[in-house]
Design a protein around this ligand. Structure first.
Ligand SMILES: [Zn+2]
Length: 129
């Protein structure tokens, strides 16, 4: 069973690009970016996970499945870095807390102290760098 979390969004960002060609062009770069960020953020958490996939999704920035696979939208590389880090840390924390309980947000704020503000910013929609 795959259960998705709600790091979904939004407005302008998700409408930009999105074709197969754009995806192919940026997929590897996105993978490197995500792997590097996970390596550094996961120094705090030390969670284990299985596979990391980079996808071309229309409405989600990331998701985490019960099988401990993580998925990220390739467009994450176009976000301001703090929001990209927020999304990556958010999905990592779902490896332990598969919900959005207070425990989840506490856990997330260890790596991203302003996580609630990041969430708001993403929901508002943001312009790309
Ligand atoms: Zn979530």
């Amino acid at each position: 069973m795959v259960v998705y979390c709600d790091a979904r969004v939004i407005g302008k960002v998700m409408r930009i690009g999105g074709g197969r060609r754009e995806y192919k062009k940026h997929c590897e770069q996105a993978r490197e970016f995500v792997l590097k960020k996970i390596e550094s953020i996961n120094k705090i958490y030390k969670f284990c996970f299985k596979k990391i996939s980079i996808r071309n999704q229309k409405t989600r920035w990331g998701s985490c499945s019960k099988n401990r696979n993580l998925n990220f939208n390739y467009k994450i590389i176009f976000l301001p870095e703090r929001l990209a880090e927020y999304i990556i840390a958010h999905e990592l924390c779902h490896l332990q807390e598969f919900n959005h309980s207070r425990n989840f947000w506490n856990l997330l704020s260890t790596a991203v102290p302003d996580c609630r503000q990041c969430r708001k910013d993403l929901r508002k929609g943001i312009s790309l760098k």
